[in-house]
Design a protein around this ligand. Structure first.
Ligand SMILES: Cc1cc2nc3c(=O)[nH]c(=O)nc-3n(C[C@H](O)[C@H](O)[C@H](O)COP(=O)(O)OP(=O)(O)OC[C@H]3O[C@@H](n4cnc5c(N)ncnc54)[C@H](O)[C@@H]3O)c2cc1C
Length: 281
């Protein structure tokens, strides 16, 4: 039988981990426990992080928000700071999994899983989020792009965990948008998703654009050329179509069980057309 260790604070975690160096940490268990049960992962012992209260807060700290790694998707979704200041992330959380998955799964678990279809990733990429990592040696911050190295691969040292995420909320002139296309309306893993931050002048001209697609490559895919194409124009269908063509041309997705590469490329471009709703076009 696998031993499960239950530290009630970070100091206890470091001490237990030193005694059981091969133990594997988990939070909600919605990913790891499923993989263990299927024999896709092995753990001589498990460390459950759910009692680390210090990593369960959602707080404004100076100009940034700190989102604790142990917050469940539902806790984040219900928090007024998140709904009010980071709607792009709230929209993604609202369609992540199902109610049981949202009540158990955590932000830290979603990041550490580093799935190409992880729903919190595209919003956190466009928000320029940084990941806080904690270990007995202290705390360090890494950009999300440096943290996620590939599918299922993240930058974590020995006995290091994700402590939380730092995000500077965009200004009010920025439209925040997330949409996921799946094979069904509920409990859908993304076939393609798009997170977008579009900064508009009072006249409706695009003065900043940040775009990120999920499930379009091994990690989140950005398109600086499509972002550039939107600058100086309006969110109307012709301008959006030009940017969509760039994405469809650049993207190199794979065929898999859920969709063909050609379908993914087309949907990735078409998702941009939805931004017309913010331009009155
Ligand atoms: C039916 C079903 C539907 C799903 N649907 C979606 C979906 O629509 N979108 C989506 O993005 N995901 C989905 N998932 C995947 C999963 O639920 C999420 O990725 C969830 O956020 C994982 O969080 P967790 O806390 O449960 O992770 P866990 O299972 O506890 O851990 C996952 C991995 O992360 C590591 N880990 C966890 N917390 C930390 C930490 N703080 N620091 C370092 N490492 C850590 C663990 O060691 C493990 O390797 C689904 C899963 C299931 C079973």
């Amino acid at each position: 039988m696998t031993a499960v260790l239950l530290p009630s604070g970070l100091e206890e975690l470091w001490a237990l981990w030193e005694q059981h160096p091969t133990a594997m940490p988990y939070a909600g268990g919605t990913d790891l426990l499923v993989r263990l049960r299927k024999g896709l992962a092995q753990a001589p012992a498990l460390i459950c992080l759910e009692r680390l209260k210090e990593l369960q807060c959602i707080e404004e700290r100076g100009p940034e928000l700190f989102l604790g790694a142990l917050c469940t998707h539902q806790e984040l979704l219900e928090h007024p700071l998140l709904r009010g200041r980071l709607p792009v992330l709230a929209q993604a959380l609202a369609v992540l999994g199902s109610p049981p998955i949202r009540h158990m799964g955590t932000l830290g678990g979603n990041l550490a899983t580093a799935s190409p279809a992880g729903d919190t990733l595209p919003p956190l990429y466009v928000l320029g989020a940084e990941v806080e990592l904690c270990s007995p040696a202290g705390v360090r911050r890494l950009s999300l792009t440096d943290f996620i190295r590939g599918p299922g691969q993240v930058t974590l040292g020995p006995r290091e965990i994700v402590g939380g995420v730092w995000v500077a909320p965009p200004s009010d002139s920025v439209r925040q948008h997330f949409e996921k296309v799946g094979l069904r309306k509920a409990l859908a893993i993304a076939v393609v998703s798009l997170a977008a931050l579009i900064d508009l002048t009072p006249q409706g001209v695009v003065r900043g654009a940040r775009l990120a697609w999920g499930s379009l490559g091994p990690t989140v895919v950005r398109s600086p050329r499509a972002e550039q194409a939107l600058l100086g124009g309006r969110l109307r269908l012709p301008e959006l179509r030009a940017a969509a063509d760039i994405v469809a041309d650049e993207a190199a997705p794979i065929d898999d069980l859920r969709a063909t590469a050609a379908y993914r490329r087309e949907v990735a471009g078409n998702l941009l057309l939805r931004l017309a709703q913010y331009g009155g076009g």
